[in-house]
Design a protein around this ligand. Structure first.
Ligand code: UD1
Ligand code: MG
Length: 397
């Protein structure tokens, strides 16, 4: 690695050590604090277990990994910038600002996620706040780079030009990346281990990508991203182990927002937010499939996670029931469209008392789609299948 000097190798090694220590700390904190979480009413019931009411499972454990992540990253600041701390050295204020703005955005999202776990915020709030949390970062981006020009792919260049200056639209796009990354992880959820599993796979893919790009022209940005990803993976592994089937903890929205924002900031600062979207393919599919329910074209129950069939201990797709005349034409179109492309299954029946046409449809998530395609599956098998899909889609690129 020609562009990476010995000091950078040193910081990476320290980073790996710190992340390992962080992971060990999170691993100790989880059992120590689980009673306090339950006492503070931060618990949930595992909806897909046979005697679910019997066991209270501590929720929002992502706040532990988030907190330790921040501690480790603050320590890393001292190490990364120690090179420039002697008098007369040219301190890279713009880099420093970038680092701090990134941590500020992540810190805000950990707070928002925790607030969501405690207060169950409304959807409008969940959508707006990531955009606002990314503002400091966008300002730093504006000051440091300022370029809002995108290079277009070769085939379209003769028709619409080689590059476009998107101006303000570029900032709106980056704000949307933050909203997408955070919420897309949160709605691809509902079986043990899936929220944290997908986050670690995405982080590992970004890590590999950064390592490859270290030789390229933006090595400094990729090194920056590397610190975030190594630390993220370090503090997340204990969460994965404890959240794996059968879950002893729930990650909560805290972890989903923390992970999503961490990916968004490294994508923005490292100028690879478009490439990063390739690592989010299952999330993109799940998001598109969820649009009818998220935007209320089709009724959306509080939980869309698959439903347990207790006799066989397997999961089946969960369903939503409604009257056909509740649907607007667009809703009916979406129902038919997703059913034709086999993403959902629905049946029509006639209510004998009211003579109304009733519809029973599977919920619009790819977790339910997987169950429609593969038939009923055991919860752990389903998680492994979905994680396999995530790994394949990430490593194709
Ligand atoms: C999102 C999904 C919702 C899904 C839920 C499950 C949308 C719009 N929202 O809501 O459909 O049901 O995540 O995480 O798609 N739980 C389990 N097993 C698990 C994980 C969670 O039973 O493996 C249950 C627990 O009761 C836990 C609760 O889900 O307490 C957490 O749900 P929460 O993260 O608050 O739901 P949302 O993110 O709002
Ligand atoms: Mg959630």
């Amino acid at each position: 690695y020609s562009k990476v000097d010995r000091f950078d190798v040193f910081t990476i090694v320290v980073n790996i050590l710190l992340s390992t220590l962080g992971g060990i700390l999170v691993n100790r904190l989880i059992p120590m604090l689980s009673k306090s979480f339950i006492k503070a009413n931060l618990f949930g019931y595992d909806l897909n277990k046979r005697n679910k009411e019997e066991k209270k499972i501590p929720e929002a454990q992502g706040v532990l990994s988030g907190g330790v992540f921040l501690i480790a990253m603050f320590l890393m600041i001292a190490i990364v910038f120690s090179e420039h701390l002697h008098p007369g050295s040219d301190f890279p204020h713009n880099k420093f600002l970038e680092y701090l703005a990134a941590l500020l955005s992540i810190c805000c999202m950990i707070l928002l996620g925790f607030a969501d776990d405690v207060l169950d915020l409304r959807w409008s709030v969940k959508v707006c706040l990531p955009m606002i949390a990314s503002l400091p970062l966008l300002l730093v981006y504006f000051v440091n780079y300022g370029s809002t020009t995108i290079i277009l792919p070769k085939p379209v260049r003769p028709i619409i030009g080689a590059q476009w200056n998107l101006g303000i639209l570029y900032y709106i796009y980056m704000g949307m990346v933050a909203v997408f990354c955070t919420n897309a992880i949160n709605i691809f959820a509902g079986v043990n281990g899936i929220e944290i599993g997908q986050s670690i796979i995405i982080a590992a893919s970004i890590l590999v990508f950064n390592f490859i790009e270290l030789q390229g022209s933006c090595s400094e940005e990729h090194l920056f991203s590397l610190y975030f990803m190594i630390t993220f993976i370090g503090v997340s592994i204990p969460i994965l182990i404890k959240n794996w089937y059968p879950s002893q903890i729930f990650v909560g929205d805290t972890l989903c927002y923390f992970a999503g924002m961490t990916f968004a900031v490294v994508g923005i600062i490292g100028h690879f937010s478009k490439t990063m979207m390739l690592f989010f393919l299952p999330q993109i599919f799940n998001f598109i499939l969820s649009i009818p329910q998220l935007f209320k074209f089709i009724p959306c129950p509080r939980h869309r996670l698959p439903r347990l069939d207790p006799s066989a201990n397997v999961l089946r797709p969960s369903r939503v029931d409604f009257r056909k005349n509740e649907l607007k034409p667009l809703g009916l179109f979406m129902l038919k469209f997703f059913s034709i492309i086999k993403m959902i299954q629905y049946e029509e029946t006639i209510n004998q008392d009211t003579k109304e046409i009733m519809i029973s449809s599977t919920n619009f998530t790819i977790i339910n789609t997987a169950l429609c395609w593969c038939g009923p599956l055991h919860e752990e098998k389903l998680t492994k299948l979905l994680m396999g899909v995530q790994v394949c889609s990430c490593f194709v690129f």
